[in-house]
Ligand binder design. Sequence first.
Ligand code: ADP
Ligand code: ADP
Length: 228
Amino acid sequence: RDRVVLTEVSKTYDTPTGSTVALSPTDLVIEPREFVSVVGPSGCGKTTLLQLLGGFLEPSTGTLLVGDDRVDGPGPERGVVFQSPTLYPWLSVRGNVEFGPKCRGVDKKTRRAAAERMLELVGLGEFAGKRPYELSGGMQQRAQIARVLVNDPRIILMDEPFGALDQLTRERLQVELLRLWRESGKTIVFVTHSVEEAVFLSTRVLVMSARPGRVIVDRRIQLPGDDD
Ligand code: ADP
Ligand code: ADP
């Protein structure tokens, strides 16, 4: 149902001085519940791939399907977490998490309860009433994750979500993300420049190389206890 299928998907950016092939034609299938990391040097097309999946960019060629539907923009089944938190400073943490459901017309009681539940899940229950700037960077990133989760996307796309954090905070959030993924059964696509992070978190690692951007390694990681 939520299988992601790329067929010959490529992206070329046209610039005043010429054009850059950011992603050469790529065939890729991501199954539901996979935790896929995408690694590679700067400029190899990781963000481009993620933005294509998110529906923020249109493929130059090829087709991109989620389930039976052709991706033609962002959709509620796909939630996106960016590198730096983009919380609204004039809303409380709770208000930020409620914002999506509010826009969809979910009634106040229901969306408030959902927001509180998500904030508990990411360990920010006590901070619901604070403003984003009162939180540490790691806490803001957790609030951002709560804001994405509250919409119950089946696929979570993350672009170096922990890249700006100190190592201790990053390690803590990695563990929380793993727990969440195990419990929720969601599909995660996780862009990072850290091979170590990719191997620690994922069930599958894609390695990309630049000029032109393409996937050069696609490796599944056998977890202890996996039998397939
Ligand atoms: P990564 O996330 O791996 O660093 P990107 O997807 O950001 O790679 O970029 C891939 C290539 O596309 C790079 O050569 C980059 O310079 C180029 N590129 C990215 N975004 C644009 C853009 N908006 N306009 C032109 N070129 C771009
Ligand atoms: P995180 O790992 O989420 O970035 P920190 O390492 O910055 O968190 O902080 C550790 C703990 O200190 C938090 O879980 C929280 O209990 C407390 N804390 C951090 N920042 C604040 C704040 N601005 N106000 C109150 N408590 C805070």
